[in-house]
Write a protein that binds this ligand. Sequence first.
Ligand code: MTE
Ligand code: MO
Length: 162
Amino acid sequence: MSDANAQALLVEDAKTVISLEGDFLRPLTVDLAEFRQQPAVVSDPFDLRCYTTNRFIRSVDTYRGVLLKDLILRAGLQPEPAGQFKRTVFIAVAQDGYAVIFSWHELFNTPVGERVIVVYECGGRTITSEEGAPILFSGADILPAPRHVKRLARIVARVLTV
Ligand SMILES: Nc1nc2c(c(=O)[nH]1)N[C@H]1C(S)=C(S)[C@@H](COP(=O)(O)O)O[C@H]1N2
Ligand SMILES: [Mo]
């Protein structure tokens, strides 16, 4: 990639934002350029396969991204009333309205959370918005396609009550 191309992608990254909204302590907006300053997680190559039809979609090379739970920790959860944060669900919403759910327990107290990342690179190359960046990927799921969300726009926190 030429320097000019790399620069253009960085400029595009700075314009690509994800907002954390709802029941966070400090709702915030992050841009993809900031992600490169944070600790990264790299996933193994995998086959993208649909849950509903079991259809093989394509093989995907290594992904690099930041942990969803690191973003959530930056925005923070309400400490009061005690323990209420454990009732939080996180809705990851794409630009087209496609949405998937994670629970607080799943992210912070199971191995699933160690592998839920917001992805900005594939096979060492920046993913463009045409290719679906930023992608939310849950690497421990059995069938990966449902929680492989292209063009992630928002993470909405909701404290559930019964
Ligand atoms: N933004 C967004 N991401 C999405 C979906 C969608 O409708 N919108 N569908 C999911 C489902 S159910 C499947 S099977 C795959 C399809 O992947 P493809 O669009 O790359 O073929 O994307 C997943 N990610
Ligand atoms: Mo699917």
